[in-house]
Design a protein around this ligand. Structure first.
Ligand code: PLP
Length: 396
């Protein structure tokens, strides 16, 4: 008999994937331009040209066996050195290439980190709303998922609520800013308060409580403020990074884990990361895309397109009357549903050909997520449908 839990995961695709599949069918029925698909977080802006230039150069000028061969399990040394140098220069850190582990994207960075840290009985705290796959990854690592709500007005972490969730079994707190699905970026005051709480709890329970920062949207920030790099604020921290969104490469699967050098027994934690990667069968990250990294660090896809999309949607939906959370980054807009049940609201939105994701799978009710990594022209075409959807609730 196969594993029933795995069967359940495989046979029940996520709400987001479900909607995406519905959108594909609907487009075949009524035409691509008539459906307003805001379901997936698949970057719509091409990679910066340096990506293809570097790949062509690598393919043309590098020995093929080396280019397509295994790298060391943790990733190529020169690549890791370039990442460490870039992080130190950009975020004024003193991270170390020997504590960087290359992965197949943020999903792998997260699963490896959880498996590296978790022992039976451990708990991992996440702040809702959160990326739905966290539940899958955390539970597979053997930890108990503990959910705490963010402040329902600002969507910043609610320190008092987090405090209530931390106990002797807490192994880690997972954060994600800019956030999927709200788009908010944590402010420095909240980050400092969060770190202060974790430090107090570490002292109370006599063991490290790790802060894991999931950062696939780190560069997608529109508030012109420097990114708050977590290793500068908290010693027992790990960064889970991915180039999926910054370089528009989600299908190529490339990212990394960084263990803070100030982490207690950092080298041992790093070896646990290596062991988790090994036990999960991640032999090494894709070699070609590893070798691409040094040339492309510091580049991003054209973020001005996402910013334009955000501005249009935020202003237009607010002026129609929707309650919209102002996003500082990523490419998601979080909007209050016009009825209590967001699932029903999204079903209703389909009548206006709007494909919106209900917030329930993000661990929070009553909202919808709009992925605005889409063509600006589609956003403009969709506005009359958003207005008609809004008006349909006024008529009830
Ligand atoms: N974490 C968050 C918050 C995400 O939104 C995503 C993807 O959308 C991931 C992790 C996984 O990213 P990757 O494609 O790098 O595995």
């Amino acid at each position: 008999m196969y594993n029933k839990k795995m069967y359940q995961l495989g046979s029940n695709p996520s709400a987001i994937r479900d909607l995406f599949e519905y959108g594909k069918k609907r487009k075949q029925e009524i035409g691509d331009d008539a459906v307003f698909d805001f379901s997936l977080g698949n970057p719509s802006v091409p990679s910066p040209s340096i990506v293809n230039e570097t790949l062509i150069d690598l393919i043309t000028n590098t020995d093929s066996c080396m280019l397509h061969g295994y790298t060391s399990a943790v990733g190529d040394l020169k690549v890791r050195e370039s990442i460490a140098e870039y992080l130190n220069k950009t975020y004024h850190t003193s991270v170390n290439s020997n504590l960087i582990y290359l992965t197949v994207g943020a999903a792998a960075s997260l699963t490896i980190s959880f498996n590296a840290l978790v022992n039976p009985g451990d708990e991992i705290v996440v702040i809702s709303p959160f990326f739905p796959e966290y539940k899958v990854f955390i539970e597979k690592s053997g930890a108990k998922l503990v959910i705490t709500e963010s402040n329902q007005e600002t969507f910043m972490p609610d320190i008092d609520e987090i405090k209530k969730c931390i106990n002797k079994n807490t192994k880690a707190l997972l954060i994600n800013y800019p956030n999927n699905p709200t788009g908010v970026m944590i402010d420095e005051e909240s980050l400092k308060a969060l770190c202060k709480l974790l430090k107090e709890k570490e002292i109370e329970y006599h063991h490290p409580i790790y802060l894991i920062s999931d950062e696939p949207y780190r560069e997608l920030l529109y508030n012109n403020k420097p990114y708050l790099f977590v290793t500068n604020y908290y010693d027992n921290s790990l960064v889970c990074y991915s180039f999926s969104k910054s370089l528009s490469l989600p299908g190529e699967r490339i990212g990394y884990i960084l263990v803070n050098p100030r982490c207690l027994n950092a080298e041992e934690v790093y070896f646990a990361v290596c062991g988790a990667g090994r036990s999960l069968g991640f032999v090494c990250a894709p070699a070609l895309f590893q070798y691409m990294i040094p040339n492309c660090l510091g580049y991003t896809s054209d973020l001005s397109i996402y910013e334009t999309n955000r501005d249009i949607l935020y202003h237009e939906l607010s002026s129609i009357g929707y309650e919209v959370v102002k996003p500082d980054g990523a490419f998601y807009l979080f909007v209050k549903a016009l009825e209590k049940d967001a699932v029903k609201f999204c079903e209703n939105a389909k009548k206006f050909e709007l494909l919106l994701v209900p917030s329930d799978s993000f661990g929070c009710s009553g909202y919808i997520r709009i992925s605005y990594c889409v063509d600006t022209s589609m956003i403009k075409r969709s506005l009359s449908s958003f207005k008609a959807l809004y008006d349909s609730y006024k008529e009830v």
